[in-house]
Each structure stands twice: as structure tokens, then as C-alpha cells.
Write a protein that binds this ligand. Structure first.
Ligand code: NAD
Ligand code: LMR
Length: 325
């Protein structure tokens, strides 16, 4: 029997990340090489024509798994029956800005989209927020979708996770495949905490394989400020690497993994207040993220996790003040 295609909605489809993402979804990299998909592209009215151009190119690839494309500026149409929603559409920051500076400009996008997801998406909807500030935008969307289980709203810290793997691999001169149990905690911002105290390389704890000064003064800031360094170098924010991380996040969510990083609603684990959408070490089992439990958190890590979580609380308070939740 022919398999029903999975409907994947991508917002900001005509943007930089959208262009890097759509072809990979259509080729089967998001869900699996045997899973047919339909794509729904949501854009603002001025960018619908550009999205139509991208759709023409998607057609021209003749992807065997791509069973249809719709393009719309109406969230109620875009999310109707959606199984996976990638909320990318939002303004990127410019040089000199922090991601939190985008809260006011971008926050307003996510309430209406959350409501449209609530009212129209399929029962198994999974949402990944990429648009910045991603954690708090995910919280805004979730707060407008009371009928959708809260844990279906996630935000992307997989790019930070992949950056951390790459930096550590280069330092230790090992392929990233040798590195296990990397963890990003907290916010997708400069306060995030890439944790090497549980990371293993060849069965040894990574923090013990590097000197403390490198860990504290090079590794952590390089990972946490990598987005700004990319903007400085490219003159535009990361796009292909962000799309790649979105693919990794959803693929693992659907197909399972024993350990990665994702920002998911806190259940109070590790002292992160319940409800905040914070990055944790996670496994995915039976299509659900689970926070990996039982890790020892020393004072060095505690201080950094707390600082990032405090920032998430401040962002939540800011969007309350703005009337966005
Ligand atoms: P871009 O400016 O190239 O594209 C954004 C697109 O979103 C534009 O086409 C715009 O028309 C569209 N858009 C704006 N408002 C919309 C709305 N209400 N509905 C639908 N579409 C809308 O930006 P980009 O480089 O693709 O980045 C998109 C977002 O992703 C930015 O906020 C950026 O900071 C963020 N980002 C996050 C990560 C992460 O790791 N979480 C990584 C990279 C970029
Ligand atoms: C990134 O991490 O590259 C993105 O969040 C873009 C940014 O503003 O840093």
C-alpha cells in the first residue's frame, strides 16, 4: 500500500535557511530515505513569489519522495494537517546584536503561528523553532497552542551541539564520530553552556583531555559566540549549517537517538524551572525526547547552567511584559 506522505511546513521558506533546507527535506534527509513528503511553504506576502521560484527548482529536481508543494501566506493553510513544522521565518540579527535583541521584532510572529498549529495541525505535530531567539519564540508558540502536548514544541540547539563536536574534534585531532555524550545546556545564546564534563572521547572524559584554560577561555566562548563569528565573516547569519542542524534534530526526534542536545520544555530536571524551553542532554525513544537523568553537576557547570537559565527566565518575563504570552 502506498505510504501517506508526511506534511512538512516550513516558515520563512524564501529565506537563506529555507533555501538550504527545502532540498534536503525533499530528498529524504529529514525523515528517512523511504518516507514521502509534501512541503508547505509559508511566507509573508512580499516573499511568496520568491518561494514560488524555489518551488520551481524543487520541481526541477524530480525528487522521488516529494509528492506536492503548496505555497501560502496564510498560517491556517500552511499548518493545516501538518505533521512537522519548522518555524524558521524571522529576522536574523546583524553584527553587534545579541539574539535576545530580536525578541520584540520576532516574538509577534510566533503567537499567531502557535494558534494556527493548535487549530489546524495533525495530532502528531512536532514543532522545531529555529527563528531567534529560538527558545523563547518556541515558548510563545507553545503558549498559544493549549491543545497540543507541550513537549511537541522544541527549539534548536543542535547547531551549537554540532559546533561543539567540531571544535573538540579539532582540538583532540579525532573525528567527531569518536565523541560521545556532548551536551549543550540552556539558551541558544551567548550564555549557553557546552559541557565537556560528561562528554566522552575514547572512553575518557573530554574535560580531562584538555587543559582547563582552553575549556574555559577558548572552547566555551568559541561555541557560544560562533553565530556572531559567522555573521562577522559571512556578512549574514549561518544558513546551511543551521539547516543541517534542523535536519539532524528532526531526524533524531523521529528516528531515535541515545544522546544529543535539544531545547525542550523543562520538567524541573537539573533545577531548570518547569515550562522553560531549555537545552538539555536528551535521548529520543519511541518518537519522544527524554531528558537524560542522573548526571553529576559540579560547581563550574552549575554556575553556567544557572546563568543561562536565568536569561531564559528574563526573556520569559520580557515577553510577558510585551503581552506576547
Ligand atoms: P532570512 O532573512 O534569510 O529569511 C527569513 C525569512 O522569513 C524571509 O524570507 C522572510 O520573508 C520570512 N518571514 C518573516 N516573517 C515571516 C512570517 N511571519 N511568516 C513566514 N515567513 C516569514 O533569515 P535566515 O537566515 O533564513 O534566518 C531565519 C531565522 O533563523 C533568523 O531569526 C535567524 O537568526 C535564525 N537562526 C537560528 C539558528 C539556530 O541555531 N537556532 C541558526 C541560524 C539562524
Ligand atoms: C547562529 O547561531 O548561527 C544563529 O542563531 C544566528 C545568530 O544570530 O547567531
Amino acid at each position: 500500500m502506498a505510504q501517506t506522505p508526511v506534511k512538512v511546513t516550513v516558515t520563512g521558506a524564501a529565506g537563506q535557511i529555507g533555501y538550504a533546507l527545502l532540498f534536503r527535506i525533499a530528498s529524504g534527509q529529514l525523515l528517512g530515505a523511504d518516507v514521502p513528503v509534501t512541503l508547505s511553504l509559508l511566507e509573508i506576502p512580499q516573499a511568496v513569489k520568491a518561494a514560488e521560484g524555489t518551488a520551481m527548482e524543487l520541481d526541477d529536481c524530480a525528487f522521488p519522495l516529494l509528492r506536492g508543494i503548496e505555497i501560502t501566506d496564510d498560517p491556517n493553510v500552511a499548518f493545516n494537517g501538518a505533521n512537522v513544522a519548522l518555524l524558521v521565518g524571522a529576522m536574523p540579527r546583524k553584527a553587534g546584536m545579541e539574539r535576545g535583541d530580536l525578541l520584540e521584532a520576532n516574538g509577534g510572529i510566533f503567537g499567531p503561528q502557535g494558534k494556527a498549529i493548535n487549530d489546524h495541525a495533525a495530532d502528531d505535530i512536532r514543532v522545531l523553532v529555529v527563528g531567534n531567539p529560538a527558545n523563547t519564540n518556541a515558548l510563545i508558540a507553545q503558549q498559544h497552542a493549549p491543545d497540543v502536548p507541550a513537549e511537541r514544541f522544541t527549539a534548536m540547539t543542535r547547531l551549537d551541539h554540532n559546533r561543539a563536536l567540531s571544535q573538540l574534534g579539532a582540538k583532540l585531532q579525532v573525528p567527531v564520530t569518536e565523541i560521545k555524550k556532548m551536551t549543550i545546556w540552556g539558551n541558544h545564546s551567548a550564555t549557553q553552556y557546552p559541557d565537556l564534563f560528561h562528554t566522552e572521547v575514547g572512553g575518557k572524559i573530554a574535560a580531562e583531555l584538555v587543559d582547563e584554560a582552553w575549556l574555559r577561555d577558548t572552547f566555551i566562548p568559541t561555541v557560544a559566540k560562533r553565530g556572531a563569528a559567522i555573521i562577522e565573516a559571512r556578512g549574514a547569519s549561518s544558513a546551511a549549517s543551521a539547516a543541517n542542524a534542523a535536519i539532524d534534530h528532526v531526524y533524531d526526534w523521529v528516528n531515535g537517538t541515545e544522546w544529543t542536545s535539544a531545547a525542550i520544555p523543562s520538567d524541573g530536571s537539573y533545577g531548570v524551572p518547569e515550562g522553560l524551553i531549555s537545552s538539555f542532554p536528551v535521548a529520543s525513544r519511541n518518537g519522544k525526547w527524554e531528558i537524560i537523568q542522573g548526571l553529576e553537576i559540579d560547581a563550574f557547570s552549575r554556575e553556567r547552567i544557572d546563568a543561562s537559565v536565568r536569561e531564559l527566565e528574563e526573556e520569559r518575563e520580557a515577553v510577558r511584559q510585551l503581552g506576547l504570552i
